[in-house]
Design a protein around this ligand. Structure first.
Ligand code: 13P
Ligand code: SF4
Length: 380
């Protein structure tokens, strides 16, 4: 097996986890928390819901939502003919739906992906500053430097990146298809430059045996799960299955019974005979799990030890910036529209379109790898 090289702190390039909160302005995480919409009372909720329903019809618009957003938005998206999905399905749905306007309730890269795939549609986001630590931790100038230093490598980027980074890539992947695509590239003898999530990159490397040079980024939400505590929790719930998103650290993945995308996790809870699940991902996902498997028990994976003074909550601060009021504002005032320069859009389109074609043509390989049950599919 080829020895993979790890791009880490020793690299001549700077190591980013994400742009630090000392940066003032919209990219700062403190700013994300500050912008979380205030909770609505019952009357406000129904007033906004009714308004949004009416505007969606009038404007020929549809909501494309991620599993992590507020449960009222998830319900409204489904009731009005939109979708609640993982990032792969959001991209497909937005591209294929006949509506002329898309309201993308998620984070910035999801809105940009929708616009890249459907330049003729108007794409809005409730808050354009809803970003992602992976995207913020992979600035295009530094990414370009790494690509230029390794021209022999095939550039594979995670969906959680800017349009400019995608424009520089050969392939874009999501957590639903990353294993299958890298497995295929490895079979073709390709060496890979991977960005930005080091945990997902390392997981794919372990599973496929591919030669991968990894960017040093991380998701601030998944990075918080603690293996020691997870192990203790599992002992208290010996019949619970542990489901983990592959953005989680290696010691969490090692303890998991299933590793996969948000969609794969949802599928697992509906199909598994287990009655109890420990869930290592953003807690927004629990809403759909409870809807689809109402008789099962879902326990959030622990994010800190017993003695910790502060507990993180496994809620993405940027996903939480989506609210009914700012969705209404998009529709009423056409605020939050996504624009992407055509030269970048058309280049980024290439690597996303390629991924969608691959997933359409390799359903068997995808099914084999989507739930992360198959270990070492590519090992020699
Ligand atoms: P999925 O594609 O699995 O929904 O993941 C997106 C994401 O941002 C997870 O943190
Ligand atoms: Fe990004 Fe993590 Fe939020 Fe997903 S949960 S959008 S990876 S910061």
């Amino acid at each position: 097996m080829i020895n993979p090289t790890l791009f880490s702190m020793n690299s001549p390039l700077k190591s980013y986890e994400f742009l630090l909160p000392t940066v003032s302005g919209p990219t700062c995480i403190a700013n994300a928390w500050a912008k979380i919409p205030t909770a609505l009372n019952h009357f406000e909720k129904s007033a906004y819901t009714e308004k949004v329903r009416a505007h969606l019809q009038q404007r020929d618009a549809v909501i494309v939502a991620h599993y992590y957003v507020d449960s009222d938005i998830q319900d409204l998206a489904l009731e009005t003919g939109g979708c609640v999905a993982d990032s792969l399905e959001m991209a497909r749905f937005g591209r294929d739906h006949p509506a002329q306007e898309l309201i993308v309730a998620g984070v910035r890269f999801m809105g940009e992906t929708a616009k890249i795939l459907s330049p003729q549609k108007r794409v809005y986001m409730p808050d354009l500053e809803a970003n992602c630590s992976l995207d913020l931790g992979c600035p295009i100038a530094d990414f370009n430097q790494l690509c230029e230093a390794h021209p022999e490598r095939t550039i594979v980027v995670y969906a959680n990146t800017s349009a400019a980074v995608k424009a520089r890539a050969d392939w874009m992947v999501t957590s639903s298809c990353a294993l299958a695509i890298v497995h295929q590239l490895h079979q073709e003898g390709k060496k890979i430059l991977w960005a930005p999530d080091r945990h997902l990159g390392r997981y794919i490397q372990d599973q496929t045996g591919a030669d991968m040079l990894l960017w040093d980024g991380a998701c601030i939400v998944h990075d918080e799960f603690k293996a020691l505590e997870l192990d203790a929790l599992r002992k208290k719930h010996p019949f619970a299955q542990v489901l983990a998103h592959p953005e989680s650290p290696a010691d969490i993945v090692a303890l998991a019974d299933m590793v996969g995308s948000t969609a794969a996790m949802i599928k697992t809870v509906t199909q598994s005979s287990a009655k109890e699940f420990i869930i290592a991902t953003d807690q927004g996902i629990l809403h759909q799990m409870r809807q689809l498997a109402p008789n099962k028990v879902f326990i959030p994976a622990p994010t800190s030890g017993q003695s910790a003074t502060c507990k993180s909550c496994a809620n993405c601060p940027w996903m939480a910036m989506n609210g009914l009021a700012n969705i209404c504002n998009c529709l009423e005032n056409q605020s939050g529209e996504i624009f992407i320069e055509e030269s970048i859009r058309s280049k980024a389109h290439f690597c996303i379109d390629r991924m969608l074609t691959f997933t359409q043509n390799h359903s068997e390989l995808l099914a084999q790898t989507q739930h992360g049950f198959v270990k070492n599919i590519g090992a020699a």
